[in-house]
Design a protein around this ligand. Structure first.
Ligand code: COA
Length: 182
């Protein structure tokens, strides 16, 4: 599939929100941009599957989720790195902005779902994704950007300028025959 320029895509948010620094440092064969409404076809779920279990909901349901994220403006920033020769996604990540009542109505950026295709790991794509998401978070006015990770990924996030703080708590819902949907 030939490379599709941003101008031909329906993007989750304006590409200008992505700081130039992260984009400029990428190899010219790669392109960093917001998630697009047709990225189901560019292997978005396949890249995410290096991170955890991914159940393919089908393209229509995927697009409905894309539209639900976009319906909350200035909140969800999902980005992708595309291999231009193949027009395929090779890295993904998201930051979402939580608006608070404390800290003078401050905001916090939450980084989620960072994944780099196995064939492309170790080439600084993860670093570029984190740099771009942190820039989006800070440019949105967030006073901090936070994330959860496994012990084995701590060194990666330290290389990205993050430091270990506090602990994560989790409670998984019990198995249910039918999961309620918002
Ligand atoms: C973790 C992950 C996102 C890192 O992305 P990547 O593109 O492979 O990493 P980068 O090439 O950008 O690494 C940047 C630096 O971190 C280091 N690094 C990366 N992963 C590391 C690890 N697990 N342990 C130690 N150092 C690591 C790299 O060596 C590099 O160091 P350098 O600048 O000194 O060369 C990627 O390997 C991945 O998708 N893993 C599977 C899914 C996952 O665990 N996601 C994170 C969920 S919290």
């Amino acid at each position: 599939m030939p490379f599709t320029a941003d101008s031909e895509l329906d993007l989750l948010f304006p590409a200008e929100h992505i700081p130039d620094e992260a984009r400029k440092q990428l190899h010219p064969d790669l392109h960093l941009r917001p998630l697009a409404s047709t990225d189901y076809r560019r292997g978005h779920l396949s890249v995410l599957s290096v991170l955890t279990i991914v159940t393919d909901p089908g393209e229509d349901a995927w697009v409905a989720q894309f539209n639900a994220l976009r319906a909350a403006p200035r909140t969800y920033y999902s980005i992708v790195i595309v291999d231009k020769a193949l027009d395929r996604i090779v890295a993904v990540g998201t930051v979402f902005v939580e608006r608070k009542f404390l800290r003078g109505l401050g905001s916090v950026g939450h980084i989620e779902d960072i994944a780099v295709d196995k064939s492309q790991q170790g080439k600084k794509l993860g670093l570029r994704i984190i740099q771009a998401l942190t820039g989006i978070s800070e440019n949105s006015g967030c006073y901090k950007t936070i994330l959860n990770c496994s012990d084995s990924n701590i060194p990666f996030y330290q290389k990205c300028g993050y430091e270990k703080k506090e602990n994560e708590m989790a409670k998984y819902a019990p198995e249910r025959s039918r999961t309620p949907r918002l």
